[in-house]
Design a protein around this ligand. Structure first.
Ligand code: SF4
Ligand code: SF4
Length: 296
């Protein structure tokens, strides 16, 4: 079983479009499961025509803890207020008691440790959900969502991947295709850990290249082989060449170039993968797939 992860340093580079079309083509050759690890903004399901109601089961997950006060035990010593580095504790002067803001609380536990009266407990909270659905294209999608205003998407991503791996083991799946969160934070690290190959998607803009380089430093830290797809290649050919020179310098394989086409947007609007929406896109993604298998 291999895990291939699609990554982009920033949002809006076409990662979801690429993931959806590669999944459809890959499923024609291999038994696959797809993991949508963008728990902050999951939309791979939509690109595959899967809506929230199509998920056969949603399971609440609790990956975060929040500090809760037992007022009876608190004597107002103020130590918790002084130790919190996240501004999650305000001081009620009238009552001489701390007031905890659960949105700001990171669950670090410092206040609990310092409280001399055992007046603070960390309690688990529902901060997201994970589930799975069958796509029309012969594979299952495992996905998740972080609750609005909560943190801990990295841990939610780990649970999504665990679920996908369990499904893969039970169903003799050959490839887990992971659509990573964008950026370089915890959810990205959780997305790429354990991958056998990374497909990094970028577009020809300075900000995209800059963010891509940052994301690749994380990939290199884990010593995972990778290649790059340049999306919207023709929108700024000069800058695309600059990206290719950077790739040549560091011996990074070019997996494919995708030209800008408004029909990619139309496909997303129609809730269809590009290769289903318009057959003319099939060759582009088939060639990318071929290049990926050459590198695996
Ligand atoms: S658990 Fe950490 S972040 Fe939350 S209130 Fe206590 S000290 Fe502040
Ligand atoms: S550290 Fe404990 S006893 Fe002191 S103010 Fe905070 S909750 Fe109350």
């Amino acid at each position: 079983m291999k895990t291939i992860t699609i990554l982009s340093g920033k949002g809006g580079t076409g990662k979801t479009t690429l993931s959806a079309s590669l999944a459809v083509l890959l499923a024609k050759r291999k038994k696959i499961v797809v993991a949508d690890c963008d728990a902050d903004a999951p939309n791979l399901g939509l690109a595959l025509g899967i809506q929230e109601k199509d998920f056969s089961s949603w399971k609440k997950v609790q990956t975060n803890e929040k500090a809760v006060l037992d007022k009876e035990k608190c004597d107002g010593c103020k130590k918790c207020f002084e130790v919190c580095n996240f501004g999650a504790i305000k001081w009620d002067k009238e009552k001489n008691k701390p007031v905890f803001n659960s949105f700001l609380c990171e669950g670090c536990g410092a206040c609990q440790l310092i409280c001399p009266n055992d007046a603070i407990k960390l309690v688990k909270i529902d901060n997201g959900k994970i589930g799975f659905a069958k796509s029309k294209y012969g594979f299952a999608l495992v996905g998740g969502q972080l609750n609005i205003g909560t943190t801990g998407s990295g841990k939610v991503v780990s649970l999504i991947k665990e679920k996908a791996e369990k499904l893969a083991r039970n169903k003799d799946i050959e490839i887990i295709l992971v659509d990573s969160a964008a950026g370089v934070g915890c959810p990205v690290i959780a997305s790429i850990q354990g991958s056998d190959f990374i497909i990094a998607v970028t577009e020809p803009t300075p900000s995209a290249l800059n963010d891509l380089k940052r994301a690749l430093r994380t990939v290199e830290h884990f010593r995972i082989p990778y290649g790059i797809v340049i999306n919207k290649y023709d929108l700024n050919k000069e800058f695309s060449k600059k990206i290719e020179r950077f790739m040549q310098k560091y011996n990074i394989p070019l997996l494919g170039r995708i030209s800008y086409d408004k029909k990619f947007v139309d496909a997303l609007v129609s809730l269809k993968p590009a290769v289903i929406y318009n057959k003319k896109f099939t060759k582009i993604f088939q060639d990318i797939l071929k290049n990926i298998f050459n590198e695996l």
